[in-house]
Design a protein around this ligand. Sequence first.
Ligand code: CDP
Length: 233
Amino acid sequence: MPTHKIIVAIDGLSSCGKSTLARELAAQLGYNYIDSGAMYRAITLYFLRNNVDLSDPAEVINAIANINLSFVFNERRNASDIYLNDENAEPYIRDMLVSEKVSEVAALREVRSFAVAQQKRMGRRKGIVMDGRDIGTTVFPDAELKLYMTADPEIRVMRRFQELYAVNHEISLDEVRNNLELRDYIDSTREESPLHRAADAILIDNSNLTREEQLKQVLALVNERIQTTDKQH
Ligand code: CDP
């Protein structure tokens, strides 16, 4: 039986299946799954509701001081719901309105330092799978296993469209495509912790992998890293 828990950091572009993999991996390992994107989305929801002016650092800092984010496990989803102050924000954070603003909000230094500090605390006891854009580079640069996921752009658009169409029949393919392209552009070119593959991250292209195949591949990598970690202690 392995004795040491590790940190699995998963980064990649929008809608490339990071959260599906992370959730299944955490369930198999008995680890915590943290969706770091949900934090940026919840912060964005708060900013939108309170008309926070993103160009005014003082206003941004004041707004952040009023935000408390927490995760509460939801058995039905087999994942944690994010709470914005005392409200379950999960039903609102995937809305297009939030998706359209989130990359701009996530590019702000004040926002990132707030979220990253909390993410680092959540990883103190290891046994965590976290997905996002800067997990292997900034949040957990010493993670035992880093993955960088990618998939063909059109496959990513179709996957996200199907997810959103299931709850909103008004959504169009173009709207989804434009949003993914814009977010990927902002996320990869921003000054603060831009999305890029860490030198020691393993590349996984899941364009042609089933969920089962992907999980099997990654579980083998995790088990290898756990064994190495065990030997080192
Ligand atoms: O699910 P999807 O890949 O579309 O996005 P997400 O993980 O929910 O993240 C939403 C947005 O939050 C991203 O487009 C980034 O702008 C931002 N984000 C970030 O900057 N850093 C992270 N670690 C996670 C998300």
